[in-house]
Design a binder for this molecule. Sequence first.
Ligand SMILES: [Zn+2]
Ligand SMILES: [Zn+2]
Length: 251
Amino acid sequence: MSQTNTPQRYRIGERDTNDRYPVDVDGAPAGHIYRWHKVWRTVVPGQEETRHPSAESAAEEVTKLVDAGALTDPSASGPAEASQTPDHALLLDLRLQPTAGNIRSAAIAHARIAELAWQPLAGYPGADNHWRMRCLICPPRWEGDRYWSHLRGRNNDRIPRPRYRHEGCIPVPEHAGKLALLVKPAPSCFCPAAHPTTADAAAVLLKSVARARRVRDTEALTGHLTRLLGPCPAATARAAAIEAALEAAKS
Ligand SMILES: [Zn+2]
Ligand SMILES: [Zn+2]
């Protein structure tokens, strides 16, 4: 078969800090691929995202898009794309819509990882996608990817698995003592941003988010999401308030 002798035209590079893998086609940067909810997706400037079962098939698609005339210089659209990224992307991954359910999950996850002294370096990406974070309990301040599905424990037991945090961290038996020193969840919020810690306040903000989404007011959306998901000493109380607001809305 002549097809099998055709040299592979794409090259998949090393994963970047945004969890994306650059793809070169015929030696020129053409776009990115990334894995999201077990599916590989393509990111090529000016093109719709496409979905694929493997990294190779996604890279093949990038090659086809280039042949069909896609831009081969991502820098041509890169800066414009970056400047459009709203600030709330650091709280809730842009690939997750700011629905009440996703905000609830993100608030719970942000609160719990703060209790575990992990600092998020990216928006909440869902339970089973890489989440970039920094370890706050050891001197090296290790940074890397963790899964919320591992940190939250099984059946709500809230015990991270594995207990081991990362290479070079302090020993597991010292974690509890260190966390007790570092983490002091507050019962209520005294931040200037007034993060909601009652079900009523959370309900009002969730309605504001829905309105901002409807009218596509990104600035307002970022403001509301910052109050719902931004760093706060009372993040645990806030997550409970958001849960209570959604429970109340059901009944
Ligand atoms: Zn550590
Ligand atoms: Zn606060």
